[in-house]
Ligand binder design. Structure first.
Ligand code: GLA
Length: 682
């Protein structure tokens, strides 16, 4: 990718060895000693050792306490914290503190702050209030980063740099003047001339014809919706502007400490987020992700599996780090529910099953003051005499037992599920046929049905090589990236069963509808043609002729080579196809034109998996979630996660690393329990 915003990346080679940040799997969290008096620090370190903490993120948000006035640094407390942690054998992921600019800087340069679409400038007092295109902010931030890097370059506690924090979270969208100027430069680089921009955006609509790039505004407040092509491009630009900041910090760190690995915490799950991590992963030495389960979501365990698989997909199968999650309640979900019995352990180890080489939490000790005073932590307000602290200590013991799996990879799945960030961005650009659609809804439903069957799934970007998968799922991939239709055809011709759903392949990468009948990009592959959408109202349902019900979406499908397998049996479209199959080479391309309820979706999936010859990770009872990690050419580890209230069994042979027990034959996994079996040679 080339652009003004990242072309200044110098050629410092990234460290090549996997950046082990801990001696085993990592356990720990964000540590903010600056919020506590010295006597608490001593207790912190004693408790960290008791819990088995071996890795902390230090210094996040501490700029105002390090650079106390313009150019005046106070390292005292951080020196002491680094020494203390090193003395206790705890590795530090030292954060550049740039996520929260200091008050003196905001006072001197209010123009560095983000501006919302209505023109309101963000005031001091929050975090990530800076614009990634602000030259002034960049200058101050890089000076801080350099000073920090020089100070701690040789410190033995330093294991990894943690660039800023969740870049793009609160500053994902800004419409300040410097941003708009940078956006025009980006457009010019991207399109070359304004005629190309007019063509891509279809700017003849409402006569939005541009004769100069300087006429393009940022998508600031407008009483109507903006052009969808413009909105999608503004997201692309913003993601690159944010990444440009991360790279600028990284370059300073690489220059000062060429051998210290560098990461930044992604928010892969944050689907309305602007960061397109496909372009970010190549810029960090380790993919690290923040993940928070949504308390009221009954599918939260499956969403976790989906997010972990998505993170692994971005990391191209390499181990990654869960750099933040929560021990219990968060403070930003309305009703902030604590985790249920065993949930902390199951969540943590499910991420490990998904390829994480450690699980860190936000945060070590619950704050008593500040905006996050009711967020859970490893040491809650109640102190160490608490369920959470005991649970984390038990997790520490589990992770020590699982140390042998460090560095192993999750075995490639037989099923791929395509998820495309730009599809989500395109869908949220302007009015669409329904407001009831959520981008991760169908993907998570499919992941849930697969994992209940013990079937593993890789979540991959639209550009991934799909050869080798027995089944390929394309759920609501609204935007068709160049090459996707071709790679689906290649997979089908080679024998794969491809399942494409409603709201896939509707627009091209310029966010323009592909004309001629939906789904334009995949019409030929699927052998169908849709001439009109019929989205359903909330709570409206239709019957299918296999006895199932469906909701959310219907459309008028005509067969054009495919055969109908299920038809709608009620409503305006009764009799039209709802599920079709088109034989393609040695495989098939299926089309699902509605959203069947659970049992209906499962029946369809069962048929598809049977046709494709997809096998579960191991023979097991329905409901047990399975994954296998493997060291190349040697040991393999079978994870079996039971989130149900009954014991469930699987066939396995080897040693349970968590209990030390040798097993052979049917192995029981207790209710809300997990087994990790180091398998006898297979
Ligand atoms: C994010 C941030 C943390 C904290 C948590 C709260 O992950 O990175 O600083 O605010 O959310 O859940």
């Amino acid at each position: 990718m080339s652009s003004t915003f990242i072309s200044h990346a110098a050629d410092h080679p990234a460290p090549t060895a996997f950046p082990w940040i801990a001696d085993g799997l990592a356990l720990g969290g964000d540590y903010s000693p600056e919020q506590w008096p010295d006597e608490v620090w001593a207790e912190d370190v004693a408790l960290m050792r008791e819990a088995g903490v071996n890795s902390v993120n230090l210094g996040v948000f501490s700029w105002g306490l390090l650079e106390v006035a313009n150019g005046e640094f106070d390292w005292g407390w951080l020196d002491r914290a680094m020494d203390l942690l090193h003395g206790a054998g705890i590795g530090v992921n030292l954060a550049t503190p740039t996520a929260a600019p200091p008050m003196w800087l905001l006072q001197a340069h209010p123009e560095i702050a983000t501006v919302d679409a209505d023109g309101r400038r963000t005031g001091p007092g929050g975090r990530l209030s800076w614009s990634p295109s602000s030259a002034t902010f960049r200058r101050y931030a890089l000076r801080m980063v350099r000073a920090l890097a020089e100070r701690y370059a040789e410190h033995p506690a330093l294991r990894m740099w943690h660039v800023s924090n969740e870049v793009g979270n609160e500053n994902g969208w800004t419409y300040d003047d410097e941003t708009v100027a940078a956006w025009r430069v980006w457009l010019e680089e991207h399109y070359g001339d304004v005629a190309a921009l007019n063509a891509a955006w279809g700017s003849a609509f409402w006569g939005h014809h541009y004769t100069a790039f300087s006429q393009v505004g940022g998508p600031r407040h407008s009483r109507t919706s903006h052009n969808p092509g413009m909105l999608l491009d503004f997201e692309r630009f913003t993601s690159q502007a944010l990444l440009g900041h991360v790279i600028a910090e990284r370059e300073v760190l690489r220059e000062v400490t060429p051998n210290v690995p560098i990461t930044t915490n992604f928010m892969v799950q944050h689907s309305p987020g602007v960061d397109d991590y496909r372009h970010w992963t190549g810029e960090v030495d380790l993919v690290a992700n923040d993940h928070y389960t949504m308390g009221p979501d009954p599918r939260r365990a499956s969403e976790l599996i989906f997010s972990a698989a998505r993170t692994r997909g971005l990391a191209e199968g390499r181990p990654w780090l869960l750099i933040e999650h929560s021990t219990g309640a968060v403070n930003w979900q309305g009703v902030n529910r604590a985790k249920g019995p065993g949930e902390l352990r199951l969540d943590s180890l499910s991420h490990v099953a998904g390829g994480a080489d450690g699980t860190l939490f936000f945060q070590w000790r619950a704050s008593t003051a500040g905006a996050e005073q009711f967020h859970s932590a490893i040491v809650p307000h109640a102190g160490a005499d608490s369920t959470i602290f005991r649970d984390v200590t038990a997790l520490g013991a589990d992770l020590r037992s699982l140390a042998p799996i460090r560095g192993s990879r999750v075995e490639a799945a037989q099923v791929a599920l395509v998820f495309d960030h730009e599809s989500s961005a395109a869908w949220r650009s302007g009015p669409k046929p329904t407001t009831l659609f959520r981008d991760i809804d169908l993907p998570v439903r499919l992941v849930e049905a697969l994992s209940e069957r013990g079937v593993a799934v890789d979540v991959v970007p639209a550009q991934a090589d799909l050869r080798g998968y027995r089944a390929v799922l394309v759920p609501t991939v609204y935007l068709a990236q160049d090459g996707l239709a071709e790679s689906l055809r290649t997979a089908a011709e080679a024998g794969a069963s491809v399942l494409v759903s409603y709201l896939s392949g509707i627009v091209d990468p310029s966010n323009r509808v592909i004309p001629g009948g939906y789904p334009g990009a995949f019409r030929e592959l699927l052998g169908v043609r849709v001439d009109e959408f019929f989205p359903l109202f909330e709570h409206e349902r239709v019957r299918l002729d296999d006895g199932a019900e469906a909701d959310l979406w219907t459309e008028r499908v005509a067969l054009d080579g495919a055969e109908a397998r299920i038809r709608l049996d009620s409503g305006d479209l009764a009799g039209t196809p709802a599920l079709t199959r088109h034989a393609v080479g040695a495989g098939a391309a299926w089309y699902l034109a509605t959203r069947p309820e659970r049992a209906g979706l499962e029946r369809i999936l069962d048929e598809l998996l049977a046709e494709a010859g997809v096998a579960p990770v191991a023979p097991a009872d329905r409901g047990l979630v399975l994954a296998r990690r493997r060291h190349e050419g040697s040991a393999s580890y079978l994870f079996a996660v039971n989130r149900t209230e009954q014991p469930l069994g699987l066939q396995a042979s080897g040693t349970d690393l968590l209990t030390g027990e040798n097993v052979d034959g049917r192995v029981e996994v207790p209710a809300r329990g997990i087994r990790v079996i180091q398998e006898s040679a297979r």
